[in-house]
Design a protein around this ligand. Structure first.
Ligand SMILES: [Zn+2]
Length: 124
């Protein structure tokens, strides 16, 4: 079986970075949790995808990001469609609701701050 990393093309790398940034913004602004810590992932390839950036997340958001990354890696579509437009709802229902919440918050938040690089991606 081919490693899932063989499917980790540039688009998916970018997707993972955008996802982590969206969740990080949401967590920082909405949770301000005291148990937040640097998101760690037990995989060197993924660390390089995240460019060794320190992403600080609370426990729940950390789980959400892990879930999101796993789903991205397993996405069977190539090119991957925007999740909002995809017919396959691959997120577990609980996570799906939470990621929508994250997008609703972080989309406008980043727009106000002129992060058009991220937004172009979000809207695509
Ligand atoms: Zn959080």
């Amino acid at each position: 079986m081919a490693s899932i990393f063989e499917r980790l093309n540039d688009k998916k790398r970018k997707d993972i970075r955008v996802l982590s940034e969206f969740i990080a913004v949401y967590c920082r602004e909405q949770h301000k949790a005291e148990d937040s810590k640097v998101f760690s992932i037990n995989d060197d390839k993924l660390k390089s995808v995240l460019e060794n950036k320190e992403i600080v997340l609370c426990g729940d958001c950390s789980k959400l990001l892990h879930h999101g990354i796993a789903k991205l890696l397993l996405c069977p579509y190539d090119p991957k469609p925007a999740c909002r437009k995809c017919e396959t709802h691959c997120y577990a229902p609980d996570y799906r609701e939470r990621i929508r919440e994250v997008m609703r918050f972080s989309g406008p938040y980043l727009m106000k701050r002129g992060r058009l690089d991220l937004l172009a991606h979000y809207l695509s």
